[in-house]
Design a binder for this molecule. Structure first.
Ligand SMILES: CNc1ncnc2c1ncn2[C@@H]1O[C@H](COP(=O)(O)OP(=O)(O)OP(=O)(O)O)[C@@H](O)[C@H]1O
Length: 209
């Protein structure tokens, strides 16, 4: 399968899951490495942070940032989760995203990580305000909602707000369900200078047959 430019290093089996937009892919000069990390407990709730400053301010997202010189992406992801949310988690990579913004020289390569448990006390930082959200049924694979109902109701879960997609990056709706379904995903989304999504492509590991 021909992947969008920027994602061509991925060589695992993939099926296309979404594709749209009208323009050509945006030109970029260099690529910067970032991380984004999610803690997902019980397949029913996810920890997000409200970005309080800088790029993406006012949007809910996972915890992450730039990979520093000499760090692996995993080391950076663990460090950023600790710095921004005060917790440590056994993160594993679950996808890779690539973003280019019209008029910006550096594109983002974002390695996405997830964990299903954590240690420490969730703590607000200067950069992020952490909060749990319940994963609404339309972001879960079809088998999951009933599986969830089969279990004893979990204390507190019903009281959590659903994931606020309207206050998140526009690309998130395409890959969050893949992450929650535990499918490895890759995708590229290009944005205009005023943060409108111009063109996108997402793919994921095939479902077991
Ligand atoms: C365009 N569509 C997008 N969709 C979803 N997530 C996106 C994103 N674009 C960037 N992200 C994430 O936003 C954070 C920025 O990180 P950012 O705060 O700028 O990095 P870092 O903490 O190193 O910066 P400072 O130390 O403040 O300079 C980082 O998690 C990165 O993965």
């Amino acid at each position: 399968m021909a992947l969008p430019p920027g994602l061509s290093y991925y060589d695992g089996p993939l099926v296309e899951t979404a594709n749209g937009g009208v323009s050509d892919w945006v030109e970029y000069k260099n690529v910067k490495a970032y991380t984004n990390a999610f803690v997902i407990v019980d397949d029913t709730k996810v920890l997000l942070g409200l970005k309080k400053r800088g790029f993406g301010r006012g949007l809910w997202n996972g915890f992450g940032g730039k990979v520093d010189l000499g760090e692996t992406p995993l080391q950076a992801a663990v460090r950023e989760l600790e710095e921004e949310a005060g917790i440590t988690a056994p993160l594993e990579q679950c996808g890779t995203l690539f973003f280019a913004v019209d008029g910006v020289e550096a594109a983002f390569n974002i390695d996405v990580f997830r964990a299903h448990e954590y240690t420490g006390t969730i703590t607000e930082s200067d950069e992020m305000r952490p909060q749990w959200f319940s994963i609404q049924g339309d972001l879960l694979p079809p088998s999951k909602p009933s599986a969830t109902l089969d279990r004893a109701p979990q204390e507190g879960i019903a009281a959590l707000p659903p994931i606020p997609l309207e206050q998140m990056w526009a690309d998130d709706e395409f890959w969050l369900p893949l992450m929650f379904a535990r499918r490895y995903f890759v995708g590229r989304a290009d944005f205009s200078a005023d943060n409108k999504m111009l063109k996108w492509w997402f793919g994921a590991a095939p479902l077991p047959s």
